[in-house]
Write a protein that binds this ligand. Structure first.
Ligand code: SAM
Ligand code: SF4
Length: 338
């Protein structure tokens, strides 16, 4: 597919997959405590000196865009809106050539205040996480009473034209598992694109259980009771993690990211950078490759690019979730960057 010359400028692995989508974690900290992600207390945060500085982050994005073929950059965390330099980082990333598409995954708290500035800085769109329409369930799920703040953040994102605004939802047994149709009706009404994400074994407290988890099959069965769903672009899922359906003939859609029951590893196009400068080839990888050390010891861009390419070359075929020997990675989702 690629000649030797082209290979030098892309992140290709031994299975022929090419990573063009970079997830950048800006912090491991958060102002919520979603039960599927973090414990109420006791999580060890990354030490400040270990975090990449704003300059270091922008430099790595620059290398990724100019030397490694990255076309999309998604800022995430932890909660990326907690990063003080976020607007400046977005602005500098938007000035890179070729300009990457820029998006942000956020819990929405604080978006009311920052949406317009982020748009002006060059952010293209946002994914906002919201699991429930019920304030009491929100409080139980996130351990914080901030439901209205998220709704306000969503409104602000739409008003600032950070569109399409996508909403990420994780359904949890016994808490919000019955809300799929209500959430979809609400998303259609507000013009948000809803995507359900299967709960994955990436929580800091290692509490995930396959038994009882709400699966893509459960979600689709629930949605089918109220909506007519037509698969969109059957057989064309490509590297998009979400399988998408047109709702009631379209044009609005709903997505399901079934990382556990319908994995899409063969088409994965992602590479990840943690807030402390480690490359991860996969959410479920147990190995990381250090870029911070190279950066801080004065390595030139070509050397950084070489280390990154080598790391991606070693990407495994799949997440290993179905393997009986599967072991959850040391780092939780909040520290990897979801
Ligand atoms: N704090 C931001 C947020 O919540 O959107 C960004 C980081 S969060 C780790 C990114 C996404 O991962 C969110 O949509 C969240 O719901 C999802 N997530 C977190 N833990 C998860 C888990 N164990 N399984 C599936 N999705 C998870
Ligand atoms: Fe925070 Fe996002 Fe994890 Fe919830 S899912 S605790 S909002 S990082």
């Amino acid at each position: 597919m690629f000649g030797t010359r082209e290979r030098a400028h892309v992140l290709i692995d031994t299975y022929g997959r090419v990573a063009t989508d970079l997830r950048v974690s800006l912090t491991d900290r958060c102002n919520l405590r979603c039960t599927y992600c973090m414990p109420e207390e006791g999580l060890q945060w990354l030490a400040k000196p270990d975090l990449l500085t704003d300059d270091e982050i922008v430099r790595l994005i620059d290398v990724a865009v100019t030397s490694l073929g990255i076309k999309e950059v998604r800022f995430t965390g932890g909660e990326p809106l907690l990063r003080p330099g976020l607007v400046g980082i977005v602005e500098r990333a938007a000035a890179l050539q070729p300009r990457p598409r820029l998006s942000l995954t956020t819990n929405g708290i604080g978006l009311k205040r920052t949406a317009a500035a982020l748009k002006a800085a060059g952010l293209d769109r946002v994914n906002v996480s919201l699991d429930t329409l019920r304030p009491d369930v929100f409080k139980a799920l996130t351990r914080r009473d901030r439901h209205q703040d998220v709704l306000d953040g969503l409104d602000a994102a739409r008003a600032a034209d950070l569109t399409p605004v996508k909403v990420n939802t994780v359904l949890m047994p016994g808490l919000n598992e019955d809300e799929a149709p209500d959430l979809l009706a609400w998303a259609l009404e507000h013009g948000y694109e809803l995507r359900f994400i299967e709960q994955m074994p990436l929580d800091a407290q290692h509490g995930w259980k396959r038994e009882g988890m709400v699966t893509a099959g459960d979600i689709l069965a629930a949605l089918n009771t109220r909506f007519e769903l037509t698969p969109e672009g059957a057989g064309e899922r490509g590297s998009a993690p979400a399988e998408r359906w047109l709702v009631n003939g379209g044009p609005q859609r709903v997505g399901v990211i079934a990382s556990v029951t319908r994995p899409f590893c063969a088409a994965c196009d992602r590479t990840r950078l943690t807030a402390d400068g480690q490359i991860r080839t996969c959410l479920f990888a147990r190995e990381e490759t250090d870029l911070r050390g190279a950066l801080r010891s004065g390595a030139p861009d070509e050397e950084i690019a070489r280390i990154w390419r080598l790391a991606m070359w070693g990407k495994k075929a799949g997440s290993g979730l179905d393997d009986p020997s599967f072991l959850q990675p040391e780092r939780p989702m909040s520290a990897i960057g979801g």
